[in-house]
Design a protein around this ligand. Structure first.
Ligand code: SF4
Ligand code: SF4
Length: 81
């Protein structure tokens, strides 16, 4: 029977950014231990540059960004293999 740790190592996570909720405060960028987030060079419906996930970056699933975001603009989705 798999332990909790075994199960966690089989999980993969995805970062879902709700771009139109983002106000470009940069708090999530500051707390990501992998440097996986950046302020994109586009405008969202609020007229500000939203956060985006860096191509090729590795997300640990720590959820720092989602917890830090004051506008609930980031969700971490875990997929089991
Ligand atoms: S969950 Fe953690 S590692 Fe992944 S993007 Fe957010 S802060 Fe970075
Ligand atoms: S913390 Fe939330 S509102 Fe601020 S830049 Fe990140 S996603 Fe956007």
């Amino acid at each position: 029977m798999p332990t909790t740790r075994d199960k966690m190592t089989k999980q993969r996570c995805r970062v879902r950014i709700l771009s139109d909720y983002c106000k470009s405060c940069g708090l999530c960028v500051a707390v990501c231990p992998r440097g996986a987030l950046y302020i994109a060079d586009v405008l969202n419906s609020k007229g500000v540059r939203p956060v985006a996930f860096l191509d090729g970056a590795e997300c640990t699933g720590c959820c720092n960004c989602a917890v830090m975001c004051p506008d609930a603009a980031i969700e971490i989705v875990f997929d089991e293999e």
